[in-house]
Design a protein around this ligand. Structure first.
Ligand code: P6P
Length: 335
């Protein structure tokens, strides 16, 4: 008789201590994300068979061409979170303004807000490369019973009550933390159940993979250029291996499991970098730190940064502590 794996539902119920604030609501919220993830996963698995790949001729707030699955995923998560009546507001990469959810009887009684990138890495959809959903969850700071405010979303990442991602890759995996370790669940699409496949994910102390888009090399700060040359040098434990998918969910998932460093630095064309602080940098910073890693903007801990705008961008250095600190030392020496 093969060992029966724990399901996500059982895992959530079985760990009331994780949800210091309110097990029922936060557990329901993670369950709602789980459900929406299944819906999006099913649609993605059809891409190419049905006419849902390609663009719809519109662009999102980032000025990026919107793909049909971008819009589908955004609507799936917004509708699921709204119908479950758990959150009072959402910030999505696909929406310029925050989304206000007034809840049952327009009473604004819900306690949480969600920040999300509903389908990160979507430029990879048409070439069948892993894409993913990224989310972060905060307790609102505005009074319960009043409409959500933008300040509810401009909280530093160290106030996240939960964060995670869903990777739509060779399998669909949901990886999340509530501040009590990082846990990975793999979806069995035949029965629509997520099973605990990666309990207590811990990043290796050291890795040999560096992940950066070297196409931007000439535009990088001197310290980043020097660190890349350090990774390529034939000495000590190097050269490292270069891996870059161009889908942050895939690159960070690999980094969590195998170790390494993922870098999206500032550059002459992107002085704040490209990645968004609220719904890319902070959720991954929470996960990396919970797994024993480190995430900074090259100088400051990502989760200590107070956001000033819901679509603010931020340079990102994340991975094994030793590798991130090494990169930071090159930045400091060459600043
Ligand atoms: P570039 C996807 O658009 C994304 O936000 C991340 O998922 C990914 O790591 C990065 O941008 C890729 O950006 O400039 O290397 O193509």
């Amino acid at each position: 008789m093969s060992k029966r794996h724990t399901t996500l539902g059982e895992f959530l119920i079985g760990r009331p201590e994780e949800f210091e604030y309110d097990n029922a609501e936060l557990g329901q919220l993670i369950n709602a994300i789980r459900l929406a993830g299944k819906v999006v996963s099913h649609e993605i698995r059809k891409a190419g068979l049905v006419d849902i790949t390609g663009t719809i001729g519109s662009t999102n707030v980032q000025g990026e061409e919107q793909k049909k699955l971008d819009v589908f995923a955004n609507e799936a998560f917004i509708n699921t979170l709204t119908n479950r009546d758990i959150v009072c507001g959402i910030v999505s990469e696909e929406n310029e303004e925050m989304i206000t959810i007034s809840g049952a009887n327009n009473r604004n009684r819900n306690k949480y807000v969600v920040v999300m990138d509903p389908l990160d890495g979507s430029s990879n959809i048409d070439v069948n490369i892993t894409v993913g959903t990224i989310f972060g969850i905060y307790r609102r700071i505005s009074p319960v019973g009043t409409p959500v405010t933008v300040e509810d979303f401009l909280q530093p990442g160290n106030l996240q009550v939960a964060a995670g991602y869903i990777a739509y890759g060779t399998s669909t995996m949901m990886v999340y933390t509530t501040g009590n370790g990082v846990h990975g669940f793999t979806l069995n699409p035949a029965i629509g159940t997520y099973y605990l496949s990666h309990p207590n994910i811990t990043i290796p102390d050291m890795g040999n993979i560096y992940s950066v888009n070297q196409g931007g090399y000439v535009h990088f700060p001197e310290g980043v250029k020097k660190y890349i040359k350090y990774c390529q040098a034939e000495e000590d434990d190097r050269p490292y291996t270069g891996r870059y998918v161009g889908s942050m969910v895939a690159d960070i998932h690999r980094t969590l499991l195998l170790g390494g460093i993922y870098i999206y630095p500032q550059s002459t064309g992107k002085p704040e970098g490209k990645l968004r602080l609220l719904y890319e940098c902070n959720p991954f910073a929470f996960l990396l730190e919970q797994a024993g890693g480190r995430a900074t903007n090259g100088a400051q801990r990502i989760m200590d940064i107070k956001p000033t705008d819901i679509h603010q961008r931020m340079p990102f250095f994340g991975g094994c502590v030793a590798m991130v600190e090494k990169a930071e030392s090159f930045l400091k020496k060459n600043s």
